[in-house]
Every structure is written in C-alpha cells, then in structure tokens.
Write a protein that binds this ligand. Structure first.
Ligand SMILES: CC(=O)[C@@H](O)[C@H](O)COP(=O)(O)O
Ligand SMILES: NCC(=O)COP(=O)(O)O
Length: 253
C-alpha cells in the first residue's frame, strides 16, 4: 500500500485564536509544529464569515509552505462565495495566494460545517470554467464529492484533477459500528476505483480520526487525507506534535 499524504487542517486553531483579541494561538506557528512532526501539507477552509480562517492566514500559510519541497498547501471552499467585508471572495483569495491545490466544496455560508459533495448535474457547467481558470494558474483542482460513481464520472467530465471523498457518513457509521458501515465503506471503495480508472486522483476528508483512519486507508490509491477537527481535539490531550506523529504513522504505513 503506497503512503497517503497527511494534510493537517488548521481551521480549529484559528477558531480558538478568534475567541480573543490578538494572535494566540498562532496559526502559522502551529503549521510549523505540524510540518516539523511530519505532516505532508496544510489545509485551510476560509469561509466568508471568517469564523476561523481569515484571509491573512491564507496569505501567511502560502508564504510559509511555498518554499518547502514536497509540502503542499490546500485551500478548500465554496467557489461561488462572494466578497463579504474584508473577505475578498473565495476564488479571488485562491488566485492571490496560489496554493498547490484548491478543493472546491459546495458549502453555503450558513452551514455549520461541510456536509455534502457537489451535485454536478446542477453545478457542473458553472464549475468547468472555474476549474480551468485555476488550472491555468498551476493550481491542482479537487472536487468535494459524495461516493457516487455517476457523479465521479461527471467530475472527470468537468475537468477536475482529483476528487475529495466526503467521509462524514463513513465516520459516523464507524463511530456507531452501524450495520451500514460496510456498505458505506464499499461505496467509497467503488467510487475510488472508478476515479482511479478515470485518471482522477483520490483525496478524502471530514471527521477522520485515529480510530477510523486505518480502515479507510484500505481505499485504493488514496493520495491524501485532510484532517483537522479530530486531530485538534487529540492535540488537547496529547499535544499537536504527538497527534500529528500518530496520524502520520497510520497514513504512511
Ligand atoms: C470540506 C471539509 O470537510 C472540511 O475541509 C471543512 O474544512 C470543515 O470545515 P469546518 O472546519 O468549518 O467545519
Ligand atoms: N477536507 C477535510 C478537512 O480538511 C478536515 O475535515 P475535519 O477533519 O476537520 O472534519
């Protein structure tokens, strides 16, 4: 099994920082801790309401990661998110910071968190020029998708480089050890197989943790997982360096 890149999502470090004036905890300093501990990349999800990641975080992290060989910066968000206050609009922010990868996510501004993939039968035509516009600037484009083979075929048709499989329902089924766990896992397995056959890279994320990650690594040719919420909670108990090392061991075995 080839290694899976671990991209640490720092949204929740920013959430804690935003709960007081000032810059404590510092997002960039925690990115350095994660990278020193062996993370393969950093992910952020700048939302228009700036509940956690703010535009300057994206600039700061792009500057930190850019010179680091083999380390990637992944910026996730709603491609149709418009400017709001000093939030410049998602695509504008991505174009200004030029991350290695941009993961487009169909989130509305009022969502608590990301909870579904794209329906490309509805948004595919709108996404196609956005995908090309980012790719023309050297940015790899990934689409946040549910494990639906027909939708995965549309992701290829609109020109995506990769998909990110939304693992929320898998994580929930794993936590409950529900009867649906194996069927959900098989749906992800089949979606990844279809993506690989189409030449789409496979990423995954949302609610992955130290319990459910090992099983999920059985997904074929899983290139990257982005993990933030559970890893940050784990960091409260064991420290961020140890937490990242624990996730890295699973990702790289
Ligand atoms: C797309 C996804 O599942 C996560 O990348 C997302 O960043 C979670 O967003 P919150 O951290 O705002 O819940
Ligand atoms: N794309 C998933 C991500 O970046 C982090 O999701 P979570 O681990 O915070 O649920």
């Amino acid at each position: 099994m080839s290694k899976t890149a671990l991209s640490v999502n720092l949204n929740k470090v920013a959430l804690l920082r935003n709960s007081r004036e000032g810059n404590f905890p510092c997002v960039v300093e925690h990115a350095k801790v994660c990278l020193d501990a062996g993370a393969d990349g950093i992910t952020v999800h700048p939302r228009p309401d700036q509940r956690h990641i703010r535009p300057h975080d994206v600039y700061d992290l792009a500057e930190l990661v850019r010179p680091l060989d083999g380390i990637e910066f992944n910026v996730e968000g709603n491609p149709f998110a418009e400017s709001l206050g000093d939030y410049p609009g998602f695509i504008e922010l991505v174009e200004a910071t030029k991350p290695d990868q941009c993961t487009l996510v169909p989130d509305s501004n009022d969502q608590l968190t990301s909870d579904h993939g794209f329906d490309l039968t509805r948004s595919g035509d709108e996404l196609r020029p956005i995908i090309k516009r980012l790719q023309d600037q050297g940015i790899r484009v990934s689409l946040f998708m549910d494990p639906d083979v027909e939708q995965i075929k549309l992701a290829k048709a609109v020109g995506a480089d990769r998909i990110e499989l939304y693992t929320g329902p898998y994580a929930e089924a794993y936590k409950l050890q529900s009867e649906q766990l194996e069927s959900i896992y098989q749906a992800h397995y089949k979606a990844a197989e279809a993506a690989n056959e189409l030449g789409l890279g496979v990423n995954a994320g949302h609610d992955l943790n130290l319990d459910n990650l090992d099983k999920y690594r059985g997904i074929p040719q899983l290139l990257e997982v982005s993990i933030g919420h559970a890893l940050t909670v784990d960091s409260l108990a064991m420290g961020m360096r140890t937490a990242v090392e624990r996730y890295r061991v699973i990702c790289h075995k």
